[in-house]
Design a protein around this ligand. Structure first.
Ligand code: ATP
Ligand code: MG
Length: 354
């Protein structure tokens, strides 16, 4: 366990600046109460900074992050800057630099929240998405541009090392959960990449006799996820498939504002990064109604990753209890709470007023 974790905080843009400060305060109070002193480094890496200086990350910024155990991020994005620039300059650079090859996307039903699935059973699953290669390898090109015979090629890249480490992480996670890995595939149509994926998965599965393993074609899997998400524990998937499944799952939770994520390198000498799935939400900035739940559940993932499993479990429980009471349910989730009120409700459950 990390007794004095060093945490870099990037609130970023839009509602990131509204939800990050109260969440940091809440986590800090929780940790202090347990005798853990986190060392927080607040970084003003944002679109404002980009517009003033031409860069999101200042010189030496990645080296600065390297001295931390984790990064807690709010949101990045601004209507004045194309997404490709903000995401590319900040998020993707950090992900690549620290080889955060797992995109962890836990999805669970939340008490007290209006969910889109009628009569849906409670669910609790994790999409483990490959974060560095696959369909997003960015290799390709076009010939005869603009002509009738134009041809465009976009190549997927799957390496044995890349697929194996993703699957190994998925099985290890399942072994600590309910022991079921479902691998997203499409080997009947993608007869090179997905056949390979299944081979590697079957190999890794041999090392985890206690974990049940199955693979399901992505089209059927998407349908099954909507029909009954409670059937799933860990879903291991490529970059593209995981991207789609995780967003679908976030909608099933009731609001994109409630879904957390982690960009993880299991090698703890490199910092992992935790951020809500939502963006900067320019349409609600300044109104104080952003849900802090995605940010709070991202902090839960971060605490767990830092070896503070007990604090992670208590914070998770407090978020759910506060939602169940109605006091933390913001308008996007069907309630009337505001950001500050939601955080105070969680703090009350924890017995640590902030
Ligand atoms: P960005 O360009 O940064 O990705 P965006 O507007 O494209 O921003 P989101 O920020 O994810 O995408 O917002 C999508 C919708 O969900 C918006 O209507 C937004 O208001 C809503 N939303 C997102 N996050 C929250 C939240 N935490 N609380 C309440 N509503 C949210
Ligand atoms: Mg957007």
């Amino acid at each position: 366990m990390t007794t004095s974790p060093r945490i870099a905080v990037i609130a970023g843009d839009g509602i990131g600046r509204e939800v990050v400060p109260p969440v940091v305060e809440l986590v800090d109070t929780l940790l202090r109460h347990d005798g853990v002193t986190a060392r927080w480094t607040t970084l003003d890496w944002s679109t404002e900074r980009y517009l003033a200086t031409g860069e999101y990350i200042p010189p030496g910024g990645l080296e600065l992050l390297a001295g931390h155990d984790a990064i807690l991020l709010g949101a990045v994005g601004d209507p004045r800057v194309p997404d490709a620039v903000s995401l590319g300059d900040l998020l993707l650079r950090i992900r690549r630099h620290f080889d955060q090859f797992v995109n962890l996307r836990p999805l669970s039903s939340l008490p007290g929240v209006t969910m889109p699935l009628r009569d849906g059973a409670p669910f609790d699953l994790v999409v483990v998405r490959e974060n560095t290669e696959g369909e997003y390898a960015d290799i390709g090109g076009r010939v005869h541009a603009g002509r009738p015979q134009e041809v465009v090629v976009q190549t997927s890249v799957f390496t044995r090392a890349g697929v194996e480490r993703l699957l190994r992480f998925s099985f290890q996670l399942a072994a600590r959960r309910r022991g079921v890995v479902t691998s997203a595939t499409k080997s009947n149509a993608l007869r090179h990449s997905m056949v390979f994926w299944e081979e590697v998965a079957a190999d890794v599965a041999k090392d985890f006799p206690g974990v049940e393993y199955r693979h399901v074609h992505i089209d059927a899997l998407a349908a099954a996820l909507v029909r009954d998400p409670s059937r799933f524990d860990v879903i291991a998937s490529s970059n593209l498939f995981g991207d789609i499944l995780a967003d679908l799952g976030a909608v099933l939770m009731g609001s994109i504002g409630a879904a957390p994520s982690g960009n993880i390198n299991p090698d703890r000498s490199q910092p992992s990064m935790f951020e809500p799935v939502h963006g900067s939400a320019p349409d609600i900035v300044g109104r104080g109604i952003a849900s802090p739940v995605g940010q709070l559940l991202s902090a839960v993932l971060m605490l767990d990753h830092l070896g503070l499993a007990d604090q992670a479990r208590r914070l998770d429980g407090a978020v759910r209890a506060a939602l169940a009471s109605g006091d933390a349910v913001t308008p996007d989730l069907g309630g009337t709470a505001d950001t500050g009120g939601a955080c105070r409700a969680v703090a009350r459950v924890l017995g640590a007023p902030v």
